[in-house]
Design a protein around this ligand. Structure first.
Ligand code: GLY
Ligand code: MN
Length: 463
């Protein structure tokens, strides 16, 4: 948690951007795993954390824009709670710690909201993503869960995005901590990587590191020798010579800022010549993006530049052919690179994705493409100083996709299918770093870059 003044300032800036009515911000509640008292590890809502800092279940807040008043809603702990959980601060102490003037029992929230609804005052809320809050919101506003995303306040979404998207110095310091844990997770994985080791032994170990050194992984660990499946959470295989191990994992700090890194390792300790060729194309695309990203240019443009590097590299290996600009414009590279170059990162690993990807990654000047591949780019808008984003190009050989495109001879003028089928079984390669956009360019987040060149990776694995 940051100092009180940070939260006071953030709410002041939010109020300056909003006109009238109530802003309703719902915290999260315990989410039962298999019975009520056995809950998943608690994760507070990120926007609630951003404006109110309080990291515990059962809270909500209302900002009355017309009266300029802020109220924190929640229950005082009972003696039973103290017996099971230990001493707890009072609601008044919690509100004071983040500079909120008024506190109220949680049960009064419906009265406050319903009074506003009755008077026809706008009640601004964010799109809820948890069932508990969808039901609560229905009780408060009368809006059925299915209609809540559409009923969410665009003005509030835009105001929250505008604030959260540019990271403050205190946030960047937290992201650096998350990157440090992410570094340790990936280097630990490298030192464990050898023939005969089970994937889930590595996945479990690095997940434990995220918990031991931070709060938890910033998302369920992606780790598989079938790395051509972009988000593969199956860790059931044994590391085998000649295969590639994709590890996409990051950490969340106690204050809930995230890191997100991907490295691809030779499962048996050494890359084959064929793997090295593809690996270095992905590395070139990653380095290109880091060398190119700067304020004033669109990330969609950086994505297309990375796609060009991938196309050039695959042409040099005989997998692709034809005019490079036309090939990229047609989206031929998406057979191999079917996802986006990156996304915003912050309190969420895909920062603010709950508010709607297009509000975060696009704006009136940069619209999302519908083309396969480019359409998966979560973040395409103009870059500004203070943005934290991921850089994660990849090349994958996805058998079902190759089979479909080959049968249709899709974009056959740019793809040499005879050669492509020789790579079925290759797997995939993704290399991901996290960057901060600076006044003149960008810099890597994290004190040290996780080993990434072929030589660096093989050295750590075999050390
Ligand atoms: N690291 C997972 C993702 O970016 O989707
Ligand atoms: Mn990512």
């Amino acid at each position: 948690m940051f100092i009180r003044e940070i939260y006071i300032q953030r709410r002041l800036r939010l109020r300056e951007q909003m006109k009238e009515g109530l802003v309703l911000l719902l915290g999260n509640h315990e989410a039962p795993m298999n019975y009520t008292a056995n809950a998943y590890r608690f994760r507070q809502d990120s926007s609630f954390l951003y404006f109110f800092g309080l990291d515990e279940p059962g809270l909500a807040a209302v900002i009355d824009l017309d009266a300029g008043a802020e109220t924190l809603f929640g229950e005082e702990v009972t003696m039973d709670d103290i017996v099971w959980m230990g001493p707890q601060p009072t609601m008044r102490e919690k509100a004071d710690s983040v500079g909120v003037a008024a506190v109220s029992p949680f049960g009064k929230l419906s009265e406050t909201v319903q009074q506003a609804v009755k008077k026809g005052r706008p009640v601004h809320f964010l799109p809820p993503y948890r069932s508990f809050n969808k039901i609560l919101l229905q009780d408060l506003t009368g809006i059925a869960p299915a209609a809540q995303a559409a009923g969410a306040s665009v003005a509030l979404i835009k105001a929250v995005v505008a604030l959260r998207v540019r990271k403050e110095a205190c946030e960047i310091a937290e992201m650096e901590k998350a990157c440090k844990v992410g570094y340790d997770m990936h280097v630990a994985a490298m030192t464990m990587c050898r023939r005969g080791v089970k994937e889930h032994t590595i996945a479990g170990f690095i997940e434990g590191k995220a918990i031991a050194d931070g709060y938890m992984p910033s998302f369920p660990v992606i780790l598989s020798q079938n790395g051509e499946t972009l988000h593969n959470h199956d860790h059931s295989q044994i590391l085998t010579d000649g295969r590639l191990l994709v590890i996409d994992a990051g950490a969340e700090t106690i204050s809930h800022y995230a890191s997100d890194f991907t490295r691809t390792l030779p499962a048996g300790g050494r890359f084959t010549p064929k793997q090295k060729e593809i690996y270095n194309i992905v590395l070139d695309a990653n380095n290109y993006a880091i060398n190119t990203a700067k304020p004033g240019i669109t990330y969609a443009g950086v994505h297309l530049g990375a796609a060009k590097i991938i196309t050039q590299g695959l042409q040099a290996l005989g997998l692709m052919t034809g005019d490079i600009d036309e090939s990229v414009a047609a989206g031929a590279h998406a057979l191999f690179f079917p996802h986006g170059l990156g996304h915003q990162i912050g309190l969420d690993v895909h920062d603010m994705e709950d508010l709607g990807e297009n509000y975060v990654g696009y704006d009136d000047d940069t619209q999302r493409s519908e083309q396969f591949g480019l359409g998966a780019l979560r973040m395409g808008r103009v870059l500004h100083e203070g943005f934290c984003i991921t850089v994660e190009p990849g090349i994958y050989f996805i058998p079902a996709l190759i089979e479909q495109w080959k049968q249709e001879n899709k974009l056959g003028q740019f793809i040499n299918y005879q050669k492509v089928v020789e790579y079925i079984g290759f797997g995939g390669i993704r290399l991901e770093d996290d960057i901060l956009v600076t006044p003149t360019g960008c810099r890597l987040l994290g004190e040290k870059r996780i080993p990434i060149t072929i030589e660096e990776v093989e050295t750590v694995i075999n050390s």
